[in-house]
Design a protein around this ligand. Structure first.
Ligand code: ZN
Length: 452
């Protein structure tokens, strides 16, 4: 890959000084950012590719801190239902019936959508088939942290998932040995805990020991639903967060997702233990409730944004999630000053990188970091005029404004085209396989409107 220089762009670095650079050239080489210099000082090197961006914006590649790649063929399978119906009647039957090849297609479809939204890194909360998922991430060219979906108890758990804590830990440690650091470091293997509603204390304790031994992270849905609050009060006699603290799970390497039902003492506990949080506004609004994100940030907790899986969001656009994240908190607190655009943009870049432990490598445009970036064309009716770039990026930008996505110096999407992927083939395969899984899983959807 030749040295490439990007010219005539506005560079939104998201570095510690939050510098926005005009009249600068950004240079990448061998997958890393090697120089960001005033345009007047730039000299071309032999063989250098010169890209004239004609007034476009360069942003760090976006970081999606919570996805379920495996759910992508389930988009639309569970709309307008409560969370327990969502899990027991729709998503568990769907996920437990997926074949390895369908898992591969799920990841390809999900990745395609992420790339279209400027995403270069994502944290997956629970796959079922490791090899096809890693293969797909390899073909997509993205970075990801992966873990299995891990559950060992609870009503209606499909037979195929009924394993003991010891078996589940063995399975995860084997995958760690095989895939951690794969694809030249683009894959990290984490440990999964799906939710305390479906995880025994024994499993949580073994997970803590294994994560310490492997020095890896844990990805878990925490205090996500009101039903969980009632269930945990009944089974453990306390709240989810207090119980996890008692078990010893709260640590700087825990990525806690949703966190809708937290009180101030629990938020302080998160801060004290260094727990990271992924906020998924669309999914929260659909089936869970409104999380206290502003209060979490005021308590000193690092919060990022994720899309969650396709059946709980349906649009999987981190761009849409930025817009929602800001609006929901402003409305919830009836205070337009909370969640300003500057904070929201950090939640999908540098703070999201911190939530994955990747802040030294990605999340901002700085010399030495990976060449992960997205290029935005602001010259569309929805983004013009531009009085305040940062505001427009959060409140006006749509997915369609993302023109190119680059990960590790490789163009994953270039001017809306995918140089390495056959998007039409992925879409056709996904449509066919999605119907096959739905039938195999015997998922019945209510008929809407009168069909003839
Ligand atoms: Zn999730």
């Amino acid at each position: 890959m030749p040295r490439t220089s990007f010219h005539n762009a506005l560079i939104v670095t998201m570095d510690a000084g939050r510098r926005v650079l005009t009249h600068h050239v950004l240079i990448i080489n061998e997958g890393r950012i090697t120089k960001i210099q005033p345009a007047a000082e730039w000299k071309a090197s032999p063989g250098e590719e010169i890209v004239d961006l004609k007034g476009r914006y360069i942003l760090p590649g976006l970081v999606n801190s919570h996805v379920h790649t495996v759910q992508h063929l389930g988009r639309g399978l569970s709309d307008d239902v409560d969370i327990l119906t969502w899990l027991h009647k729709r998503i568990w039957p769907y996920e437990s019936n997926l074949t390895p090849e369908e898992s591969y297609t799920c990841t390809m479809l999900c990745g395609l959508e992420q790339i279209q939204n400027g995403v270069t890194s994502m944290a997956d909360a629970g796959i079922h088939h490791a090899e096809p998922t890693v293969r797909a991430i390899g073909e997509l060219g993205l970075r990801a942290t992966l873990c299995f979906s891990i559950m060992d108890e609870g009503d209606g758990l499909p037979k195929v998932w009924q394993l003991t804590p010891a078996q589940l830990i063995r399975k995860q440690e084997a995958a760690y040995r095989e895939f951690h650091g794969a694809l030249d470091g683009r894959i990290e293997w984490w440990l999964g805990l799906r939710t305390l509603m479906n995880n025994s204390d024994q499993l949580v304790k073994r997970t803590i020991a294994s994560a310490e031994k492997l020095n890896t992270w844990v990805h878990m849905h925490v205090a996500e639903a009101y039903e969980e609050k009632l269930m945990i009060q009944k089974s453990r006699g306390t709240t989810t967060v207090r119980h996890l603290e008692k078990l010893g799970l709260l640590s700087p390497k825990l990525l806690a997702v949703h966190c809708v039902y937290l009180d101030q003492e629990e938020m302080d506990l998160f801060h004290k233990r260094g727990v990271k949080v992924s906020h998924n506004p669309a999914a929260a609004l659909r089936v869970m409730g409104l999380p206290p994100i502003v209060e979490l940030q005021r308590s000193g907790v690092t919060v990022s944004i994720g899309t969650d899986g396709a059946p709980s969001n349906c649009r999987n656009s981190l761009i849409d999630e930025m817009f929602l994240a800001a609006l929901v908190q402003k409305g919830r607190l009836r205070d337009p000053k909370v969640m300003p655009a500057t904070d929201v943009l950090a939640m999908v870049t540098i703070n999201a990188a911190k939530c994955m432990g990747w802040e030294k490598e990605v999340g901002s445009l700085e010399v030495g970091k990976r060449a992960d970036l997205c290029i935005i064309n602001p010259n569309t009716p929805n983004m013009q005029p531009v009085h305040d770039v940062i505001s427009n990026l959060v409140f006006s930008m749509k997915s369609d404004n993302i023109e190119s996505t680059i990960c590790g110096g490789k163009w994953l999407m270039r001017e809306k085209k995918f140089p390495h992927l056959d998007a039409e083939k992925i879409l056709a395969t996904a449509a066919k396989q999605a119907e096959a899984v739905r039938k195999r899983a015997k998922i019945k959807l209510p008929k809407r409107f009168n069909w003839t």
